[in-house]
Design a protein around this ligand. Structure first.
Ligand SMILES: CC(C)(COP(=O)(O)OP(=O)(O)OC[C@H]1O[C@@H](n2cnc3c(N)ncnc32)[C@H](O)[C@@H]1OP(=O)(O)O)[C@@H](O)C(=O)NCCC(=O)NCCS
Length: 178
């Protein structure tokens, strides 16, 4: 991974956390801890190497990122000025394809809050549970679990989103890859 990609992804995740902090009403302390613990270049670099990491690129460069661990989407962040252009859906469909091809029959996502619910409902995910976050900056905050049952066979390759040129692998080596 070239340094600039890491920086762009770090900026996207940081902007996403700032966006969510406003939408969800996280406290200043929570917002600050999320920025320092989850958004730095070193935190992105320390995402576990087993995660499948993908970026969406538009003409301006990287505009979204997702990571998949087993059957779970563990990260999904779209640059805030590129929301509602179909990029989140494109990354979601690519993640869904990866999970299906790995043989899982369902896909899951945990989200701290409810502002992303309309997006996941559009992706045909069902809210199945809400539990308090066990630890970290959002300890005690309600965390929603969404689930989507998958077809046994992956559907055809997803069509690219209008605002998104390609969806490709995030080309960096996390600590464990080296
Ligand atoms: C949630 C998120 C990933 C969605 O990405 P996006 O690229 O903006 O979403 P898309 O443009 O692909 O949306 C696809 C459809 O989902 C629905 N949708 C998405 N965001 C929505 C919103 N805020 N309100 C209502 N519906 C929404 C719409 O039906 C939309 O289609 P439309 O724009 O043609 O109406 C993005 O808002 C984001 O990064 N949010 C902050 C981080 C976050 O919440 N990540 C998920 C953590 S679990």
């Amino acid at each position: 991974m070239i340094e600039s990609d890491l920086t762009i992804v770090s900026n996207i995740v940081s902007g996403g956390h700032a966006f969510l902090s406003k939408c969800e009403g996280y406290s200043q302390d929570q917002a600050k801890r999320l920025q320092s613990e989850c958004c730095s270049v070193s935190s992105i670099q320390s995402w576990p190497s087993r995660w499948r990491r993908l970026v969406a690129e538009s003409d301006v460069g990287v505009v979204g990122v997702t990571a998949v661990d087993g059957n779970e989407i563990v990260e999904l962040w779209i640059e805030t000025s590129h929301h509602r252009k179909g990029i989140g859906a494109a990354l979601f469909r690519k993640a869904e394809q990866i999970v299906t091809e790995a043989g899982f029959r369902d896909l899951t996502v945990h989200c701290a809050g409810s502002s992303m619910q309309p997006f996941y409902e559009t992706m045909h995910c069902v809210l199945v549970d809400v539990q308090p976050c066990p630890n970290g900056p959002l300890a005690g905050w309600p965390v929603a679990l969404y689930r989507k049952e998958l077809e046994a066979q992956p559907s055809d390759a997803p069509a690219p989103a209008a605002g998104c040129r390609t969806v490709g692998v995030l080309g960096f080596a996390a600590a464990g890859d080296r």
